[in-house]
Design a protein around this ligand. Structure first.
Ligand code: UDP
Length: 367
């Protein structure tokens, strides 16, 4: 059985690494890797191939920078000949990025069945490009692999047949489990001169937060307030850095006392920073899940989360306004010990990719 798996952006590499490894355990599966090139910076792409033991992609589509529509158009145009050459039995897509939807659409148009990993997640906010990608990809998918109960509920509500939905757990956590010891050995925390539990780790890159000057000003205030309690370690996403620079705000952040602005970190470096942070402040999807698994208190600065289990069972707290005072209150409460320990959600056990590979290896669905 030939499966073409798609990667395009940072979170995809982490998820596909686990799946590709599991596919290799099944002699019936022939796994082909396509990298769309949506993320192409070394710090967002190459380092993940190296650290996560991903083989070089069999195809590189080189779509590069552009608007979401331009990138989609480029992927549609360049992925079609790959499918024609490969004639796979399945196309497997993960997550909610532009590459996920674009490749699912090409596969559907070529009558190749689509498997979607991390299906069914819904924030309920259609202004988010990721939410539109999730909904449209799920509507094209033949097999939908789900990470949490809310995903099953959402898909059923949307009329997806039960036999297409498979609750398998979380492949992001598979990679965390696999690489945690290696990340700790690297000891980035110590190399950066930090003390475990004595710093706050921050990531921000969602357009709703970082594309507006008002949002960036609030984020600057949040960093400044938090740095009064603990060192703030902030690996800055290229989108955020470019916006800060364009709006003349980068210098202010760079010069703030007790703040360490870093380049985006490699996976192992970031995992080590996550595990030993006192608090994580983020707008990332994956980081909400990773902190839940590691039981590190997480403040998510977004209107909504498509990963409700991280709030219901995990350590995540949602702050729906980008309000420096509210963040400061939560930071102070966590540091005073007023926070929940949380527990690890069902099937987030490091074996999700094994389940996916087993299910796919038994798929009777043939063209
Ligand atoms: N990550 C990383 N280095 C960083 C920031 C994040 O390796 O400097 C990893 C981290 O494991 C995170 C994943 O990249 O879960 C996904 O990142 P991102 O927040 O870009 O994507 P999202 O999950 O929001 O789609």
């Amino acid at each position: 059985m030939k499966i073409v798996s798609i990667v395009g952006a940072r979170p995809n590499f982490i998820k596909i690494a686990a799946i590709h490894r599991a596919f290799k355990q099944h002699s019936v599966i022939q796994s082909t890797l396509v990298h769309t090139g949506q993320h192409y910076d070394a710090c967002l792409s190459t380092v993940f191939f190296d650290q996560l033991d991903l083989p070089s992609p069999d195809y590189y589509l080189g779509v590069g920078a552009g608007t979401q529509t331009q990138q989609t158009a480029q992927i549609l145009r360049t992925f079609e000949p790959v499918l024609e050459a490969e004639q796979p039995d399945w196309v497997l897509v993960v997550g909610d990025v532009t590459s996920t939807l674009a490749c699912a659409l090409v596969a559907d148009q070529k009558d190749v069945p689509v498997a979607h990993v991390e299906a069914g997640l819904r924030s309920g906010d259609r202004r988010m490009p990721e939410e539109r990608n999730r909904m449209l990809t799920d509507s094209l998918a033949n097999l939908l692999f789900v990470t949490e109960q809310a995903g099953i509920d959402n898909l059923k509500r949307e009329g997806v047949a039960d036999e297409r939905i498979q609750f398998v757990g979380n492949v992001m956590i598979d990679s965390l489990v696999q690489y945690r010891a290696q990340a700790n050995k690297l000891n980035t925390v110590q190399k950066l001169g930090l003390t475990p539990d004595n710093y706050v780790l921050m990531t921000m890159h969602r357009p709703a937060n970082v594309d507006r000057e008002a949002g960036l000003l609030q984020i600057g205030q949040i960093v400044e307030n938090t740095a009064r309690y603990k060192t703030v370690v902030f690996p800055v996403h290229p989108r955020t850095r470019a916006n800060l620079a364009r709006m003349g705000l980068l210098g202010r952040l760079t010069n703030m006392p007790n703040v360490r602005l870093l380049e985006p970190q490699g996976y192992l470096e970031f995992l080590n920073l996550l595990e030993h942070a006192a608090i994580v402040i983020t707008d990332s999807g994956g980081v909400q899940e990773e902190t839940t698994y590691l039981r590190v208190p997480c403040l998510t600065l977004r209107d909504s989360t498509e990963r409700p289990v991280t709030v219901e069972l995990g350590t995540n707290q949602l702050l729906t306004e980008l309000n420096p005072q509210s963040v400061q209150n939560r930071v102070a409460a966590i540091l005073a010990g007023r926070t929940k320990q949380g527990c690890i959600p069902p099937l987030w056990d490091g074996h999700a990719a094994t389940r996916i590979a087993r299910i796919m290896s038994h798929q009777a669905y043939k063209r």
